[in-house]
Design a protein around this ligand. Sequence first.
Ligand code: NAD
Length: 366
Amino acid sequence: MECHIGVISGDGIGPEIVAEAKKVLDKAGEKYGHSFTYQDILMGGCSIDATGVPLTDEAIAAAKASDAVLMGSIGGNTQTSPWYKLAPELRPEAGLLKLRKSLNLFANLRPAYLYEELKEACPLRDDIIGDGFDMMIMRELTGGLYFGARKTEMVDGVITATDTLTYNENEIRRIAKRGFDIAMKRRKKVTSVDKANVLDSSRLWRKVVEEVAKDYPEVTYEHMLVDNCAMQLVKDPKQFDVILTENMFGDILSDEASMVTGSIGMLSSASLNDTKFGLYEPSGGSAPDIAGKGIANPIATILSAAMMLRYTFDLDKEADTIEAAVKQVLKDGYRTIDIMPQEDAKKAYVTQVGTSQMGDLICERI
Ligand code: NAD
């Protein structure tokens, strides 16, 4: 298979971690007979330096012409970087928002997976963790409260602020379908999260999810109120496979779920539209504090590349192979500094490696 991938290396640790993901993709391509071609796309601070804006029209066109985009991270130190003296629409993050909008990326996927070897980074008790958990938070990204009309005004002499939460049935249907499709590639369970005891938008959400579920008889589904879901995530995270939810609930629940897994350097993500296209990126930022030192953890970006193989190219076996190689490297005791055990006694059993060595070790296991 020929795969044309747009690559946004970005700023800070971005170029370092993206280089390792490309290395791993090429290794998987070599093993399974696929060719990956890469086109560099400028976005973020590096684009500001080169062109004066965080994302040019040419960059958007290049992203649209790609089958998928692999991204590192963008932005710099928000206190000291000159990029943050610019108007908000000219800052690095404005490029990412513009790109997401231009590509109509309405579905955000964030896996929360607990590796056996990194269990100690999980703040939950052993009896709650059990054999670990593996869930996928699917968050609607372009509707709801963050995009509704808002205003602040004087009402009877009192300052009053209003935000509007709106969803139409088509917006709900397309994300629900995506959620059930993803569940079909996993353990075939969907937990749809809403606040249907209070909100009209949640009652519509529930109705549409039930309609969509009829087309997926193999998938079991349930509805859960968001306040209960927030509790269940720390009480019994093992029960979840795909959590399907709207924008604001997803924003909060995905951060909660990622915190119970441990390091930011391990967390991948994908944003999808209604074609096979996706933007794949680690959940963390550009980590200016460690940029250029060769110590950043490339695993989140490597796992994002595996998600790209699975969800854009339907190369499930290849994605499984990369994920298995990551697990094996951890099992073999290799760690970047961010996932090193805290206690000296445990450090004796692991070997600390840098960014590119971690990429090499994963390639060897592929
Ligand atoms: P950050 O995620 O960059 O860093 C937070 C902490 O996590 C730092 O100590 C950093 O060293 C560590 N960290 C992050 N990724 C790591 C990795 N792969 N390996 C090891 N350690 C890692 O968050 P921040 O410091 O708040 O933001 C820095 C910049 O990144 C800002 O400009 C912010 O706007 C930007 N940002 C970009 C994205 C994106 O590109 N999608 C996302 C979040 C933040």
